[in-house]
Ligand binder design. Structure first.
Ligand code: ACO
Length: 339
């Protein structure tokens, strides 16, 4: 649990952006591939369609476009960015994709690295970047959440393939005077003991190396998920971590302007909103158009709501991400917007 320490620089979220692939796949089309229906998918998840990367597009492309939009909204020159932090579980390069995005952006003075925490990745990255800002070691950071889970979905497994889509979102955050701190509080959690209900494991392929010795060939399996266990985990842990964060910070749920959760299933969003007696109008949701885009869902949703005018400067947002690891986290932040 962390409350913002006094007398340190604060952080302000001053820009956002997002990007999704052009290719739409609607529920009925998935029925060509697995035994499912639009009615089942909509009733059980709230999803109508997802965007899937087609030939020629990559996570780097989506990330770059999202980050470039965030830069533009913030009014920053790319050369003034100190940190590019990419939350992803599906990098184009296992050695790290953030430096490639840094180069595409022309953010030549920024240090750039990847962070992996599945669907919690964006919140984990936002908090990580804010720590650099709050200690005064850097001034400006681009935090990107991007995933292309379509690479790793088993498209013949109807229990999981209907859930996921591809996309990227980004925020531009900068340090400010401490009396203007926009990241009010956060809490991050992990529980590897429960990790088995959602994995994207290495394949165990062994090849001959030299006489009598083998090596393991690189490569991953497809997403393995116990949907019911993940669902139970989400509806138990998300209200709990948010409730705690609100209580410790003396914030009543009715004071929130928005609830911005990881977009995995509309039933999870509704269950959490009910727990805090929040009206549906305060719950940001766009999963009907994108499905679960993993690390991208929170910044993608934020960007949409900022650009259509729902989220305005000074609004207080309670956010929570959850997913594989298992990992989960929550943050209370204020949207600042460009100065
Ligand atoms: N179409 C039609 N029927 C289906 C489908 C489908 N796509 N998928 C499952 N079914 C069937 C099942 O086979 C089952 O049939 P049966 O009763 O004859 O055995 C029936 O529907 C009910 O299945 P359940 O698994 O009980 O359905 P449930 O209501 O739990 O919904 C779901 C499944 C949508 C996966 C839900 O459990 C869920 O959303 N869980 C959370 C998953 C999640 O959020 N994962 C991502 C986490 S984030 C990350 O880190 C990547």
């Amino acid at each position: 649990m962390a409350q913002a320490p006094p007398n340190l620089p604060g952080v302000a979220l001053v820009g956002c952006g997002s990007s999704t692939p052009a290719q739409r796949v609607i529920n009925d089309e998935l029925g060509q591939r697995v035994e499912t229906s639009d009615a089942w998918i909509q009733t059980r998840t709230g999803i109508r369609e997802r965007k899937v990367v087609a030939k020629g597009e990559t996570v780097n492309d989506l990330s770059y476009r999202a980050a470039e939009s965030a830069l533009q909204m913030a009014g920053w020159d790319a050369e003034t960015v100190d940190l590019v932090l990419l939350a992803t579980s599906t990098p184009d390069d296992l050695f790290g994709s953030a430096p490639q995005i840094q180069a595409m952006l022309g953010a030549s003075k920024a240090v750039a690295f990847d962070l992996t925490a599945a669907c919690s990745g964006f919140l984990f990255a936002l908090v990580t970047a804010s720590q650099f800002l709050r200690t005064g070691s850097i001034k400006r950071a681009l935090v990107i959440g991007a995933d292309q889970l379509s690479r790793w979905v088993d498209w013949d497994d109807r229990r999981s393939c209907v859930l996921f889509g591809d996309g990227a979102g980004a925020v531009a955050i900068e340090s400010t005077n401490s009396n203007q701190n926009g990241l009010l509080a956060f809490d991050l959690k992990s529980d590897g003991k429960r990790g088995g209900c959602l994995n994207l494991p290495q394949r165990r392929d062994y090849l001959d190396l030299v006489t009598g010795k083998t090596h393991q060939k690189g490569g991953y399996s497809t997403i393995e998920m116990n949907g019911q266990e993940v669902y139970k985990f989400a509806v138990r842990e998300v209200p709990s971590i948010l409730d705690n964060l609100l209580k410790v910070n003396n914030i009543k749920p009715e004071c929130l302007d928005w609830l911005l959760l990881h977009q995995a299933n509309q039933r999870i969003l509704d269950a959490v909103a009910d727990r805090f007696k929040l009206p549906r109008e305060k719950v940001l949701s766009n999963l009907e158009s994108y499905g679960n885009t993993s690390a991208a869902t929170i910044p993608l949703m934020l960007d949409e709501a900022v650009r259509d005018g729902r989220v305005q400067s000074g609004h207080l947002i309670a956010s929570s991400g959850f997913g594989a690891g298992l990992s989960w986290g929550a943050a209370l932040f204020k949207w600042h917007g460009p100065s």
